[in-house]
Write a protein that binds this ligand. Sequence first.
Ligand SMILES: NC(=O)c1ccc[n+]([C@@H]2O[C@H](COP(=O)([O-])OP(=O)(O)OC[C@H]3O[C@@H](n4cnc5c(N)ncnc54)[C@H](OP(=O)(O)O)[C@@H]3O)[C@@H](O)[C@H]2O)c1
Length: 281
Amino acid sequence: MTVAVTAVSGKLGREIAEKLMNKPDAGTVIGLARTPPNVQGLDIETRPGDYDKPEQLRASLASIDTLLLVSGMDAPDKRIGQHRNVIEAAKAAGVKKIVYTSIQGPEESTAFSPIVQSNRQTEADIRASGLDWAIGRNGIYIEPDIEYIDSYRTKGEIANSAGNGKCGYTTRSELARGYAALVTNPALNGKTVNLNGAPITQTQLANYLNAAFDARLSYRTMSSNAYVADRTAELGDFIGSIIGGIYDGIRMGAYDSPGDFLAVTGKPHRSWENYFASLRT
Ligand SMILES: NC(=O)c1ccc[n+]([C@@H]2O[C@H](COP(=O)([O-])OP(=O)(O)OC[C@H]3O[C@@H](n4cnc5c(N)ncnc54)[C@H](OP(=O)(O)O)[C@@H]3O)[C@@H](O)[C@H]2O)c1
């Protein structure tokens, strides 16, 4: 078997490729990258893979049995077309199976919903492709909250519009474990699964961060409008409203899923106690 992973110059694509390289039943692993020079220190064949270049994708997917498609980062409408380029190239090149990294989230009535909807459209396009498929819906990465610890510490709090909503965060490393299973286990073909850990509130997140970093953060609920104003002041209108939409989604319960890690990998998602203990400074 030969497996190709797209966007191996990015953090998620790289972690998935590395996990597959260590999995004896994955066969040969090949990386695709829009910008091959950005792929550093990954000891696999890397081919060009720009989602905007159908001919290039088709040539690079020659001899590939299974394709892991990492979702693109462009605006929703553009992203749907880019993913269609990849799906059509895979069909033309004789790829047999596509695994797609989709997302969880609010499908309606938030500023993040168009992005969720674009992922749902790609899911539908893959199901209609005629190829074998498996789809993972990622929870929210927890790593940005860890990277943000100094800002949280300066403010003394986590403040956002999630309220008491629970969020099933995950890590890129755990996602890679889930995707390695979706790629290699044919029993998971035709399944759409949620890839996330145990859902936690923002108060629980603050408590975990306090224990790991010896901090004294509390959690403060903000209104949706106030939080969007806060984020847009720091990050601009586009990103600010999208981040507001994600936290609206948490408040609405769109990320409150138990997750399917046990069914997908045979092992539960890493516990947050274990994860945060590993970060203790
Ligand atoms: N769950 C979450 O909380 C969360 C948060 C952020 C993002 N995401 C999603 O996670 C995925 C990637 O995450 P990441 O951590 O790996 O991000 P990342 O480290 O920023 O990597 C993004 C990757 O996408 C590639 N890319 C962008 N546009 C492309 C195109 N037109 N054709 C081919 N490749 C393209 C980039 O290639 P270059 O090297 O050429 O730039 C890069 O390899 C995306 O699906 C994104 O939508 C999820």
